[in-house]
Design a binder for this molecule. Structure first.
Ligand SMILES: NC(=O)c1ccc[n+]([C@@H]2O[C@H](COP(=O)([O-])OP(=O)(O)OC[C@H]3O[C@@H](n4cnc5c(N)ncnc54)[C@H](OP(=O)(O)O)[C@@H]3O)[C@@H](O)[C@H]2O)c1
Length: 270
């Protein structure tokens, strides 16, 4: 019994010596357990954004999940309740002041992946049919789909630059490709084309800094965005579509920066 305190001390001392080695720690006493990578996702409350949050949470990422109305983002809140590394932040991507404030809040926090996911179509079958085009919706669609991702890249540039992965990714669409195969959707299509050009330009400009810019098309996915197409065309499972986008994000390197790819990784015509 008298030996117990000594034994305890020996055990504690050996644990202190062995534990850092097991964690791959340096022996200088510095904290060396690698911090989890961080991703910021816009529009993370539903659709693909929510699925990205789920899958990156499973991978152990620290997630800054943004939503216009966090109070009513029930599914995202339920997810965050199970994953303490998810922080939910209010963000309307058309509010550039709010973007700057959020970037300021996270100043000094490296962000490995900035994932511009938020997007709108503006109800193309009602507002963007030739002969009945509602020009009043154009500005909003451009604002969300094209201007906001560029503003996000500007505001969070330092956060991404200071990270390990340095990736700025935007969910684009084959609807923005010039090799379009059918009509309608004038504003949605042109907003994604504009987005593509902005990101291709950013890729060229920041390549030397090691920034990796990517544009990925998830395919036609069964989310609210495609509710009108349900039953009219085959829609992809959001779980599979998000996994495809993530695989493309993983595969992107500085050599392939600025690429615009289909979910299976094949290049899409601009
Ligand atoms: N689904 C497809 O077939 C498909 C195909 C190609 C590309 N995409 C692209 O994939 C991305 C995600 O689409 P989805 O299918 O997941 O669509 P979704 O289910 O309609 O979700 C859209 C997301 O964007 C958010 N959003 C819209 N306006 C916003 C704003 N001003 N500020 C912040 N967030 C805003 C929405 O938030 P609220 O809930 O607040 O509205 C929602 O979280 C979009 O960029 C879309 O263009 C989708």
């Amino acid at each position: 019994m008298n030996r117990l305190p000594g034994l305890l001390l020996t055990t504690i001392l050996s644990l202190c010596l062995i534990a850092p080695l097991q964690l791959g720690a340096q022996t200088d006493g510095a904290e060396s357990v690698a911090a989890p990578p961080t991703i910021l996702i816009t529009g993370a409350n539903r659709g693909l954004g929510l699925e990205f949050a789920r899958q990156y949470a499973d991978r152990g990422y620290r997630i800054i999940a943004t939503a216009r109305r966090p109070d009513s983002a029930d599914e995202l809140q339920a997810l965050a309740a199970n994953y303490p590394l998810i922080a939910i932040e209010a963000l309307d991507v058309t509010d550039f002041e709010q973007i700057d404030l959020l970037a300021e809040k996270y100043r000094g926090q490296p962000i490995d992946i900035l994932l511009n996911n938020a997007g709108i179509t503006g109800d193309p079958f009602k507002t963007q049919v030739f002969g009945k085009i509602d020009y009043s919706v154009y500005d909003q669609i451009m604002h969300v789909n094209a201007l906001a991702p560029l503003k996000m890249a500007e505001a969070f540039y330092d956060h991404v630059l200071s990270s390990q992965q340095k990736k700025i990714i935007t969910v684009s669409s084959s609807m923005g490709s010039i090799a379009t195969t059918f009509g309608t959707g004038y504003f949605y299509r042109s907003s994604k084309s504009a987005l593509n050009m902005m990101m291709a330009t950013l890729a060229k400009e920041k390549r030397k800094k090691g920034i990796i810019v990517g544009l990925v098309n998830p395919g036609a996915v069964a989310t609210d965005m495609m509710a009108a197409m349900k039953g009219r065309m085959e829609l992809r499972d959001p779980v599979v579509a998000a996994a495809d986008v993530i695989r493309n994000i993983d595969n992107l390197t500085v050599e392939t920066t600025g690429s615009f790819v289909e979910y299976d990784g094949t290049p899409l015509p601009w």
